[in-house]
Design a protein around this ligand. Sequence first.
Ligand code: NAD
Ligand code: UGA
Length: 444
Amino acid sequence: MSPNNRDTGRNRRSVAVIGAGYVGLPTAATLAHFGHRVVLAEREPTRLAALRSGRMPIVEKDLDDLVAGGVAAGNLRFVESAVDAVAGAEFVFLCVPTPMSSDGSADLSYVEAAAKEIGTHLEPGTIVVNKSTVPVGSATMVEQVVGRPDIAVVSNPEFLREGTAVHDSLNPDRIVVGADDPQAAAKVGELFGSTGAPLIVTDATTSETIKYASNAFLATKLSFVNALAGLCEEVGADARDVLLGLGYDKRIGFEFLRPGPGWGGSCLPKDTRALLYTAREAGYDFSLLAGAIASNDEQLERVVSKVVAACGGSLDGVAVAVWGLTFKANTDDRRDSPSLDISHRLAGLGAAVQAFDPTVDADTDPDGGGPEDLRGLQLRGDPYDAATGARALVVLTEWDEFRWLDFARVLAVMAEPNIVDARNLLDPAAVRRMGFSYSGIGRR
Ligand code: NAD
Ligand code: UGA
């Protein structure tokens, strides 16, 4: 785990973090690791209880060690109320949700409510930091809600990825801070000084734009890659080699070049739509971004079509095995998961979807009060069970363990040996040799 924690000495600050989710928890633990005194507020009772008893409420590599280290050093503690957390804090990080509203804009109600909740309780001179992903104008909005001239608000967007959140928090590519008060922005940057990351100090509007621009760029890159893979299928090119040829160009690079079932997760979908909303409000026609979003929906449908074709043209009453429900591997997050979306589209076409995911408990009963997003799916306890009797197996999330299964056993339990590999996870030649018919994304 690097950079090593160190005594920040006179730079040791008192920090409150509001919201112990995928961003707030790694942020709080990272700041504690850097030697700051951190109080983390989480109002959701099960998340708070888990943290207080030393369990992690989310699946995130190395997070347990980072949190335990902070607690053991006396640098990290958990409270229920944001008001309690801000007592004595010099900095308050808002890490609350900003989900998508029905019109595509970012729903700022949690940010607004948190700002209202803490406003009168902040110490004079406290700096409030918007780490939640919030659109242009949000720093001003929080300033107005807090309504105190002695409180500065700084935009400090977060760029961590789920699954590698601890690594990303300790080794960020850059720190962005934006405020109308450059001194307040610089002070927030100093909290992360030991990362050694490049620091961009700018105004709030620019900082807020950087966050959305980053996610929109990544989404657009993936839409291009997925569309290119589709073209490769039509002309008989191998997308894997095409992308290898692209990636070696340093201006393009290898990151975010894996074709898949479509991009999803708790952020790319909502953030691209929120940026589009911002553009529309500003009277700007961002048709490129609109195209990237539309293209992603086509990709989900393309995977569905592959499954329909593999099953002979109809899914009515057909058992289909699904491996993977989370939006990517190494997380338990199913928010806006393409894997889940495709599973529901298959079920909507009449398929009996037998789904396995390593993070989903097969004993939960979605149709009897369990998680609503799993309703209509038949959950299975292992990948073989999911494949039993299926006419097609669809690999939707790239869990590494799927590579190493006994495919002779998979072949034996399936009704028909069809694989649709929406992550290009398997070796086509190897599974074809075993007798499977294989369809990947852009692969021959
Ligand atoms: P999350 O839903 O996992 O966590 C938010 C937490 O805040 C919840 O546990 C909720 O109970 C708590 N909360 C809300 N209001 C509260 C209050 N007033 N007091 C105490 N607790 C409160 O959300 P997340 O995924 O961590 O996302 C948070 C923000 O960070 C969003 O704006 C998101 O876009 C942004 N972001 C997320 C990621 C990511 O990988 N998930 C990465 C970068 C940025
Ligand atoms: C993304 C960004 O990468 C983070 O920088 C950002 O902080 C975060 O959103 C956020 O704002 O919440 P994350 O949602 O964790 O992080 O997931 P990614 O790793 O970016 O993957 C997003 C989607 O793209 C997933 O569905 C994933 O499977 C897909 N993907 C990613 C591909 O299909 N191919 C790739 O090569 C990479």
